[in-house]
Design a protein around this ligand. Structure first.
Ligand SMILES: Nc1ncnc2c1ncn2[C@@H]1O[C@H](COP(=O)(O)OP(=O)(O)O)[C@@H](O)[C@H]1O
Ligand SMILES: [Mg+2]
Length: 275
């Protein structure tokens, strides 16, 4: 069986004792604390934890948008210096350019310096992702004329089109209806099957995390620390019917319980802060 967690794959991403503090009027607020995590080539790692605990910050460090206050993040052994075309990012809020049409948005990354896809292939790639995302009829439309779900699909298409080695996805399917969400999950699995990427996904959906990931990282209430890392026992290619596997239900119960405990811890913190 083909498992993405093969332990001999090289480590591509390494969070080393990462701490982040943001300045606030009340003094520094710690958002991440002592986060250490290695992600190997071809792994699909999901991060799950309470709202506001620091998940987006964790992704932003790997994306090169936020510097750790202490510790470091290594990409292929070198500290992350800033954003780069090797990392395709899908932001929690729609990451599309309002001044570009659907077609231009998808083509945008392909035209950036540093992109290695030959010019002759651009048009075909753009058409392909427009088709896969159900956006072909809207090629010349601007984002303001699209529904929220369509804008989100456009953001996903833009990230996939440049074929980055790493996909960093921050709740990418959260704004989609259940049907589209499930189609997007299967499409992502297909893309990974053909292009082999290393993925970090933030999600609130326990089912989504189990269905897609090779490992699931449960983080604590703020400041986010790693509470548990869970290996998902299913290999790839992964089929819809893993949802019916008894191990799926057991994992779901285990992870839901952990996440609920962290939400409870967060609620207790909020009560303490208001005393
Ligand atoms: N650039 C920033 N400056 C100040 N505070 C921030 C910044 N980014 C995030 N925060 C705060 O850090 C906390 C964690 O945010 P975030 O990482 O977005 O959490 P999550 O994605 O888990 O919901 C929140 O309280 C948020 O308001
Ligand atoms: Mg977030």
């Amino acid at each position: 069986m083909n498992t993405a967690t093969s332990t001999d794959a090289p480590v591509r991403v390494s969070f080393r004792d990462v701490m982040v503090e943001f300045p606030t009027a009340q003094g520094p607020m710690r958002v991440l604390d002592g986060v250490s995590l290695d992600i190997r080539q071809g792994e699909f790692v999901s991060v799950i934890g309470p709202s506001g605990c620091g998940k987006t910050t964790l992704m932003n460090i790997l994306g090169g948008f936020v510097q750790p206050t202490a510790g470091q993040v290594l990409l292929d052994g070198r500290p992350v210096q800033g954003p780069g075309p090797d990392r395709g990012v899908i932001f929690q809020e729609y990451g599309v350019f309002p001044w570009l049409t659907v077609r231009q948005n998808i083509a945008f990354g392909l035209n950036l310096a540093g992109n290695k896809v030959p010019k002759s292939e651009h048009k075909g790639i753009v058409e392909r992702y427009m088709g896969l995302m159900g956006l072909s009829d809207f090629a010349g439309h601007f984002p303001k004329h699209l529904s929220g779900g369509m804008r989100q699909r456009l953001a996903i298409a833009r990230a996939y089109a440049v074929r980055p080695q790493f996909l960093l996805m921050d709740e990418p399917f959260g704004a989609l209806d259940a049907q589209t969400r499930s189609a997007m999950q299967d499409l992502l699995l297909q893309v990974l099957q053909t292009e082999g990427k290393t993925v970090m996904l933030i999600t609130h959906s326990v089912d989504e995390a189990i269905y897609l990931s090779s490992r699931i990282v449960v983080v604590t209430a703020r400041p986010a620390r790693i509470r548990t890392v869970i290996d998902v026992p299913f290999g790839y290619p992964r089929a819809e019917n893993v949802h019916e596997d008894p191990r799926f239900a057991a994992l779901r119960a285990q992870i839901r319980e952990l996440v609920m405990q962290e939400y409870a811890a967060q609620a207790r913190q909020a009560v303490r802060l208001s005393d």
